[in-house]
Design a protein around this ligand. Sequence first.
Ligand SMILES: [Zn+2]
Length: 231
Amino acid sequence: MKCWICGQEATTGEHRLKAASLRELFTAVSQARPIFYNSARKKNKRLQSIDSKYLKSKSLCALCNSSRTQAADRSFDILMSYLKGLPPKVLAQSSFRMNRLFPYRTRAHSVQLHLYFVKLFGCLVREGDVRIDLGDFAAAICSGKPHPDIYVAIGPMDRALAGGAGTAGLSDMHCDFYQDGKPAFVAWFMHMGDVRIQVMLAAAGEHRDGLINAWHPSRNKRFLLREFPKP
Ligand SMILES: [Zn+2]
């Protein structure tokens, strides 16, 4: 497989769910204390290690997976350590200013945080063979500029939907395409413990419920947390 960002041979495995966050959530994963990973294709896959191949996507080269996206990864770690300290009630209805997460170079770090989701989104598209062109995704990462159509919403994870407390997982990708084959609206979510993060691609002019309180670094200096509708 070729790296979808730069076209070089893809050699490394990007963690679909970030290793540092998983390690914080599941302090000692082992044969005796496995974690259960849920995705569209694997239900309750028993994992004995955070380095399990089920948690990794092989669609990036070493450079794109490391130095090119290191700042993005770090910004995501900062977001997760902030969120994991919040009780579900606060996750359902509160907000924070981006300069609370990133007191220095707030705008640059906010863009990097957004680019982390662009990276993960691209890996999921490539790996799932979803027919979405990744040119704009790669251009955003290479230029360090936001993707104009990718939004993120955060709220509490429904424990019933998660399969209990202390779980992590990725949802299916729900896609609506226009007749010309271009994506109109695409959404997926991941959860880690009580935190649910929904990532969306919405073409200009699309008004979807999922976009309510959704964050984009060029539009919002404040991140509004929200409750997600029950399935
Ligand atoms: Zn690459």
